[in-house]
Design a protein around this ligand. Structure first.
Ligand code: FAD
Length: 460
């Protein structure tokens, strides 16, 4: 329970109009994209770095836990309020502080929507490569905390690769700056890389200096159908072994194709299609035909059924239609999607997908897998009925088996969604005790009172 004194101190620090403890607001901020709810004690809306610094000091005085929140699209409980905590929403911190095309950088507050950064960059012939599926509404603060990524990661990397420096407030109120404004810099320890991906557990980020790249002149797309998961994933291996790096290499498994059939989105695919790859190349317009030829050569092999190419906006959109229909299509299977993101080495993808199929069969579950195959990153969606306790128990058994297999195959528990509340009990399977001990010591140094996003990322 938040004391009257603490509430009054937050109001004095931020102004009453930035502190809400009414039931409607608390309900509104009780969940993220994880199917659980925990009402926070209050919701704070800082408008500047100074607001954040002062609210952390109030939280320290009263020992109140803080749950940072950007757009609330985390699907691992990252922004789910810790019990008894106060939510710090960064929605009002959405200024672009500096846009410097000459040096290809942009300095933003954490509440800026990811697509808006890309739009701004493109106005000067540049682009911001990280492209999570939620980029139309997720915010850069959430992307930084989760090290978000999307299809372009196979060529351009992840959020962490585009962060030059940060301004932040630690859990005990220290105001810090990390990194620099240049694309080279090795002064001191790399705290920028440490904070990116730390899930809001070490510091509240109040500013980010991001690197931009020249926008590619043109894009071309291939939609490639195969008669089995293994045939498609073997082709992924061949693509990743040759010199042309695609800017997207997306996979849909047999169950994904089954899911879109009733919607009509599979009509243009050969009837024998059991797996699909979406492959994209970008760069100078005159270079694209050469890139597409090389990719097509690599994709050709056993089990290939059909290749369609697109070089203009309309035909590219047509080719992506089957993939884009998937999110809605899976919702018809069951009311709840347990969306797990896991990574294995590219060469082990086919083995992993076979394991998923076998586990789904044994546990009598509907499991749809798709994802960023060029990074070995699969989204494994267990489609379940939350009121069916037996099915939920089987789903959790299946998940535990899949996590174990991911580690055994040399992979990692999460490629982009992060750990949050949902996967932290699996973390000791991947990280050995000595390394975990060092991580806990880092947490204590940044957040000695354990106020920042408690119950996330590290296991108890
Ligand atoms: C339909 C859909 C598609 C998605 N597709 C992708 C995808 O392709 N790739 C991908 O990576 N993810 C994806 N996600 C997951 C999610 O969108 C990402 O994790 C995203 O980065 C979260 O951003 P957000 O603004 O919603 O942050 P939130 O969910 O609000 O917060 C995410 C984390 O950031 C912390 N945080 C927020 N702001 C700050 C701050 N200023 N300082 C410190 N910590 C902070 C929060 O505490 C939380 O731990 C998807 C989610 C959905 C619902």
């Amino acid at each position: 329970m938040l004391s009257d004194r603490a509430l009054a101190d937050f109001r004095a620090a931020l102004g009453s109009e930035r502190v809400f403890d009414d039931p409607a607001t608390r309900r509104l901020y009780a969940s993220d994209e994880t199917p659980r709810q925990v009402e926070p004690e209050a919701v704070l809306f800082p408008a500047s770095h100074d607001d954040v610094a002062v609210l952390v000091r109030v939280a320290c005085t009263h020992r109140i836990a803080l749950t940072p929140r950007a757009a609330g699209s985390s699907n691992v409980g990252g922004a789910l309020p810790a019990p008894g905590s106060v939510v710090v929403s960064f929605e009002c911190m959405r200024r672009v502080l500096e846009f410097d095309p000459d040096n290809r950088i942009v300095v933003v507050e954490p509440g800026v929507v990811t697509d808006d950064i890309d739009r701004l960059a493109r106005s000067a012939g540049l682009f911001y490569p990280p492209d999570p599926g939620s980029s139309a509404y997720c915010r850069i603060g959430g992307n930084l905390a989760m090290n978000a990524a999307g299809p372009r990661a196979v060529k351009y990397g992840v959020t962490r690769d585009y962060v030059l420096g940060l301004r932040a407030v630690t859990g005990d109120g220290r105001e810090i700056r990390t990194g620099c404004r240049t694309t080279k810099g090795v002064t001191g320890y790399d705290l920028t890389r440490l904070l990116v991906g730390s899930g809001g557990t070490l510091a509240l980020v109040t500013e980010a200096t991001l690197k931009l790249l020249p926008a590619p002149e043109a894009v071309a797309t291939l939609r490639v159908c195969f008669n089995s998961n293994r045939a498609a994933l073997d082709a992924v291996g061949r693509v990743m072994r040759q010199a042309v790096v695609p800017c997207a290499l997306e996979f849909m498994d047999r169950r994904s194709i089954d899911a879109i059939r009733p919607t009509g989105a599979a009509e243009h695919l050969p009837p024998a299609t059991q797996a699909l790859l979406m492959v994209e190349a970008d760069g100078a317009a005159q270079d694209l035909p050469r890139q597409i030829d090389a990719l097509q050569d690599a994709l050709t092999g056993p089990g290939l059924l059909d290749v369609q190419s697109g070089f203009d906006t309309a035909s590219i959109a047509r080719l992506w239609a089957a993939r884009k229909s998937l999110s809605l299509a899976v919702k018809r299977i069951a009311p709840l999607k347990l969306n797990e993101d896991m990574v294995v080495p590219v060469s082990r993808l086919a083995d992993f997908v076979e394991f998923i199929d076998a586990t789904a069969h044994t546990q009598r579950l509907s499991v749809v897998s798709f994802g960023h195959a060029g990074n070995g990153n699969l989204h494994v969606n267990l489609m379940v009925h939350p009121d069916d306790a037996d099915e939920m128990a089987r789903a959790h058994t299946a998940l535990a088996a899949m996590m174990q297999r991911v580690i055994a195959l040399g992979g990692t528990l999460s490629g982009e969604h992060g750990i949050g509340t949902e996967k932290r009990h699996f973390v000791p399977q991947e990280i050995e005790p000595a390394t975990l001990g060092l991580m806990r010591a880092i947490k204590r140094e940044f957040d000695p009172y354990s106020l920042l996003n408690p119950g996330k990322l590290l296991p108890d």
